[in-house]
Design a protein around this ligand. Sequence first.
Ligand code: NAP
Ligand code: G4F
Length: 326
Amino acid sequence: MKKAFITGITGQDGSYLAEFLLDKGYKVYGLTRRTSTQNFERIKHIIHNENLELVSGDLIDQHSLTHALKEVQPDEVYNLAAQSFVKASWEQPVLTGEFTALGVVRVLEAVRLACPNARFYQASSSEMFGKVQAVPQTETTPFYPRSPYGVAKVYGHWITVNYRESFDMFAVSGILFNHESPRRGLEFVTRKIANAVARIKLGKQTHVELGTLDAKRDWGYAKDYVEAMWLMLQQDEPEDFVISTGETHSVQEFLEIACRAAGLEGDWKQYHKHNPKYDRPAEVDLLIGDPSKAKEKLGWEPTISFEELVEKMVQSELELEAKSEL
Ligand code: NAP
Ligand code: G4F
């Protein structure tokens, strides 16, 4: 039985990846940090699976990582844990650097010392392209990060490349563009909009307050993207890949389609207000990835369209909000 170790298992991607690997017959170990109340909402449906085991540790604590990997001796390590919210990275730049940048080298060191033959996946991000130097972005497009988060991810990316080249480790970076789902954190714009339009439809609120509507993102479905992570670790050679849909859409388009999907009447503008609180000190205006390499070498392709993604998220929020008294 193959063993996989996932940091960030309680997050959006970690929960989908754990499900995916359990279905493939893996024994899955998930790193979780100690909290005063349990934070297992996204994995509650698999928590009693006999092939899932939670291990205590934190990206800031080198010993906990090395100890966990020494015990588990995994075949594959997926480093998904991070301070992943871009806006928060200006408020907590040092912590973001600790988790999202130095956390990567701590996990790599733990792999190098405890299980050097394990295959390692790093969750790199399209935020590294920031002020884009080419359109669309590929594996060779230079980085120009625009936030402390983006800067931290660039460190995580290059330290992964460096460990591959220095220590002959099977270490790869997936440069993933935005991917969403009903399990997305409520602070991210897609889930925030999906939740708001559902609440407006049910008479619980009147409008949604947002920052810029002009930013464009290449939005895919998280469940598709975790398969790409796994495929990268099944290749003969360690290589980095862009994972994206190849389409870009604005926040405004997301909002317009979401209003329609929720069955809101009239113009979407009546349900929206700009609030400068949600604007960022520096914005990433346009992201669009070229997934050709992933298609050619991994045989990977997205399975659902942008409209279907928006509809799926809105439908899920309508169901959740109908059950909630808040
Ligand atoms: P997420 O939902 O925010 O999940 C982040 C996970 O990291 C959570 O399980 C969190 O644990 C854990 N974590 C945070 N700090 C930690 C620490 N110090 N020690 C141990 N665990 C820690 O993020 P996601 O959307 O699933 O994204 C997964 C990864 O892909 C992240 O690295 C993100 O930066 C990257 N990424 C995401 C996207 C995207 O569009 N979703 C695109 C490109 C790259 P708690 O539950 O305890 O907070
Ligand atoms: O949903 P967002 O917060 O995602 P962002 O900043 O693109 O980052 C996500 O994708 C990255 C991959 O490119 C990941 F690496 C990262 O971990 C994360 O998953 O914001 C999307 C866009 C931004 O341009 C933002 O300024 O939406 C704009 N926006 C407008 N109003 C808003 C809001 N974003 C949020 N979160 N909240 C708003 O009210």
